[in-house]
Design a protein around this ligand. Structure first.
Ligand code: HEM
Length: 302
């Protein structure tokens, strides 16, 4: 048999094998680099007797937390880049955030295979544990702009986490940084918005709607600002879709039961759908005038 007779796929496997590193005792291995022993030993089901479906529940939460970690990493960098007027690299970070959000949302379909009967077999062992206590989720909300000092109380038992969230609470959010950037680029962002107490929930301001109205009225002239604004709307939209999928997954698994964290459950989650990170970016939409063929800008459109 000549080399030419070997099927292509077999030949390529041979070639790869020749170069494969086998002395993993001396060299850094895949598992060492990723610290897989730690990651894969971190699932500790609690149900007695053991229940098959608890591993899904744990891994779904752990993978969500890993993606939240990366999202925070990207958002922190995006905030810093905006603060130094590096808009293009910041947009690159935000693009990655959007893909992470899609992955997190898509992931609900795995958990949706958990039936109410399966969950009921180990729910009792979670005691008062709940996603409501996810500090990384709160950190992402703070980073985007949904500030709420009240939330810190949930983490009073964990000094390190409490300190980290308190630090983030006092830093300008992504939205604060965007508004400051717009002001530096000559847009008339009201001074009281620029000087606001960033630890407090953001409140919509008519003057900021005016700023966005000018940007949306002439996208070609304000392209970087326009692009950034639409990226923020994408992020908010993705966040709401995640919240909605969480709500619907929870609904199909626990119906109208109360949450393990003590809330009303589905009604509590439904209220979060009214939250907005970037209110003026939604307000501005009803201000945009319809353009007719004769150039007439008609009413508020429909
Ligand atoms: C069977 C699966 C799940 C059920 C039944 C469930 C149920 C709930 C309920 C009822 C709440 C309201 C607080 C409470 O009373 O506990 C909540 C909040 C929350 N859950 Fe889940 N959840 C599930 C899976 C997940 C997963 C996989 C994540 C991913 C990290 C997650 C993240 C959160 C977050 C971040 C909150 C706080 C939301 C907010 O404050 O707006 N949950 N969950």
């Amino acid at each position: 048999m000549t080399d030419k007779d070997v099927p292509r796929h077999t030949r390529s496997v041979r070639e790869i094998e020749a170069g494969i590193e086998r002395d993993l005792a001396r060299n850094l291995s895949y598992g060492d680099y990723l610290d897989l022993h730690t990651v894969l030993d971190a699932q500790h089901p609690r149900a007695v007797p053991p229940r098959h479906d608890e591993l899904l529940f744990i891994i779904q939460h752990q993978t969500s937390e890993l993606w939240l970690k990366l999202m925070l990493h990207e958002l922190t960098s995006a905030r810093q880049l905006l603060a130094t007027d590096d808009v293009q690299p910041a947009l690159k970070r935000i693009a990655r955030v959007k893909h992470i959000q899609h992955t997190l949302t898509e992931q609900w379909s795995v958990l949706a295979t958990l039936t109410p009967s399966e969950y009921a077999q180990f729910r009792h062992f979670l005691a008062t544990g709940s996603g409501f206590q996810s500090w990384q989720y709160r950190a992402v909300e703070f980073s985007l702009g949904n500030k709420n000092p009240e939330m810190l109380r949930v983490f009073a038992h964990d000094a390190a986490v409490h300190a980290e969230l308190d630090r983030l609470l006092h830093e300008p959010s992504l939205y604060d940084e965007v508004l400051r950037l717009l002001a530096r680029r000559g847009h008339p962002v009201p001074q009281e918005v620029l000087d606001r107490d960033v630890t407090q929930p953001y409140e919509s301001h008519e003057g900021v709607v005016d700023v966005f109205a000018a940007i949306y009225a002439d996208p070609a002239r304000h392209w970087p600002e326009y692009h950034l604004a639409e990226d923020l709307v994408d992020v908010e939209d993705n966040f709401q879709v995640w919240r909605f999928r969480h709500l619907k997954t929870v609904e199909r698994i626990i119906g109208s039961k109360r949450g393990t964290g003590g809330s009303s459950g589905v009604p509590f989650l439904r209220r979060a759908l009214d939250l907005t990170f970037f209110p003026e970016l939604y307000d501005v939409r009803s201000r945009i005038q319809d353009v007719t063929p004769d150039g007439y800008h008609g009413g508020d459109g429909s």
